[in-house]
Design a protein around this ligand. Structure first.
Ligand SMILES: [Zn+2]
Length: 495
């Protein structure tokens, strides 16, 4: 080959490299891809658990509908990023991944079975998460999640576990880790499944962590204090942070934990900061669009904090926003509303399904015998919580609510009906899930599942080397792309 042709081909290959999703993995071992530009020194990875385009689009439509009846889309901060791509979500055993195998794909570049964290499908080989390589490169690492810190997605960034349910074992790994900052929800099973093991918070403290779970403690956190675990002073379901919809004055938000992380992690060697909005997934499992949307918007606020940081370090910062999978089979469009949507109805919701359960339904059930239970007792609270005007509902909808109310109250006569309880209520409080479904349906929002679905997720990128995140690629490629832009010495992708 003539030298001039060879050079021309090399130039073309370099020029087109960002277009090929597969191009990066071959060269991922300390790749020269970042030549010509500095490496990404400050990297943010925001993961909306259970967030695909439906959840994002719903948040955009909602943002418009709460103030106007115009048909237009109010873009979120991150949907205005200059580069967008798509990532597959299937894992080694199913087209419909769970958060453990999805987290493993993103954090290690390997596919595995659902339920497994950072190990192969045979559960014998351990995979090193990207954060290990980042620590080796002397950069700091932060991990924030609105759910518990030993839940599958955050756990994928610091642990290995043959089962995501090994919460205590994962928490022990958190306690012995060298992650600089953990923030958000609490630790599940911190004294073991039977509450009889050594407290992992004590283990973390003896391993040099400062642990805070109060507002004062949080406000006192400053750079130079060493490794930190900061827990939300108020917790909601299963030790997670409250839904944004249920946030009260004085509660810490995902944006607060992100801002604090930026303050604590900022250092001359750079940092990697993973922030998970974990309850978009939980809300979608429960078919509660209002709670899911408000948590997408809360994550957008957190991303704005990263954007402010990026404005101060534009040549060295990269912000990536993605989901790990879609949850609920949520869509904009419902058979009953045909071509119309009424998202202004979602804006009337004041409580998540969890807050309705905790603050309305549970107290009512505790003080009311089945024989005395009347749906009419709860109609004002239903209006206040979900904006549902009971009298305006169709007879069919009223019947569904009455039926689910009886089911929630434990009416055994109704329970003996042969319909499929799972398909109707997904294991949630029958009344609550029926209320969110009916409100969502009247708004023109449809649901197909109480589980995850198998559609791809979008990836939004802004900052140094943003261009390589365009295109349609595998979720495992996110690991190699991140390793590449941070110039990490990771193993090449195996086929
Ligand atoms: Zn997930």
């Amino acid at each position: 080959m003539k030298k001039s042709i060879f050079i021309a081909l090399c130039v073309m290959a370099l020029a087109f490299q960002p277009l090929f999703a597969g191009g990066i993995q071959q060269g991922a071992q300390n790749t020269g891809l970042v030549q010509g530009k500095g490496q990404a020194k400050y990297v943010f990875l925001f993961i909306g658990d259970g967030m695909s385009m439906s959840q994002i689009s719903a948040a955009e439509v909602f943002s418009t509908a709460r103030s106007s009846s115009d048909i237009k889309v109010t873009k979120l901060g991150f949907t205005q990023f200059p580069v967008s791509g798509l990532a597959t979500t299937y894992d080694a055993g199913t087209f419909i991944t769970d958060s453990a195998s999805a987290g493993t794909a993103i954090a290690t570049g390997n596919k595995t079975l659902s339920g497994v964290i950072n190990m192969d499908a045979g559960k014998t080989v351990k995979f090193k998460p990207i954060t290990d390589y980042i620590r080796d490169a002397k950069m700091k690492v932060g991990i924030v999640s609105t759910v518990t810190l030993n839940h599958a997605t955050p756990a994928s960034f610091y642990s290995t576990a043959s089962s995501r349910s090994n919460y205590y074992d994962i928490a022990v790994q958190l306690a012995s880790s060298n992650i600089d900052y953990y923030g958000g929800g609490s630790l599940l099973q911190r004294r073991g499944k039977n509450n009889d093991q050594k407290d992992v918070v004590e283990m973390a403290k003896s391993n040099g962590f400062t642990y805070v779970d109060t507002i004062d403690g949080f406000n006192r956190l400053k750079p130079g204090m060493g490794k930190i675990i900061a827990i939300s002073p108020r917790l909601q379901d299963d030790g997670a942070m409250p839904y944004q919809l249920d946030i009260r004055k004085g509660d810490l938000t995902i944006a607060d934990f992100t801002k604090k992380g930026i303050e604590l992690l900022d250092n001359p060697n750079g940092f990697f900061f993973m922030v998970e909005s974990g309850k978009v997934d939980w809300a979608c499992h429960a078919n509660d669009a209002g709670a899911a949307i408000s948590d997408v918007l809360a994550m957008d606020d957190a991303i704005r904090a990263a954007l402010e940081f990026a404005n101060r370090h534009p040549k060295e910062t990269l912000i990536i926003v993605t989901g790990d999978h879609e949850t609920g089979g949520m869509t904009i469009g419902f058979a009953g509303t045909q071509y119309d949507t009424f998202f202004n109805k979602v804006a009337l919701q004041t409580k998540s399904y969890v807050a309705f359960d905790d603050e309305v339904l549970k107290p009512y059930k505790a003080k009311t015998q089945v024989a005395n239970a009347k749906l009419a007792d709860l109609i004002p609270a239903i209006k206040e919580s979900f904006g549902i005007d009971y009298n305006s509902l169709s007879d069919f909808q009223k019947q569904q609510i009455e039926f689910s109310f009886q089911r929630s109250m434990g009416n055994e006569q109704i329970r003996s009906f042969a319909e499929d309880k799972y398909l109707l209520y997904g294991g949630y409080e029958p009344l609550t899930v029926k209320l969110t479904q009916i409100m969502n349906q009247t708004a023109g929002i449809g649901w197909t599942s109480y589980s995850h679905t198998g559609v791809p997720v979008p990836v939004f990128a802004k900052g140094v080397h943003q261009e390589i995140f365009g295109g349609y690629y595998d979720n495992t490629d996110l690991f190699f792309k991140l390793a590449s832009v941070m110039n990490l010495n990771v193993p090449a992708k195996t086929k």
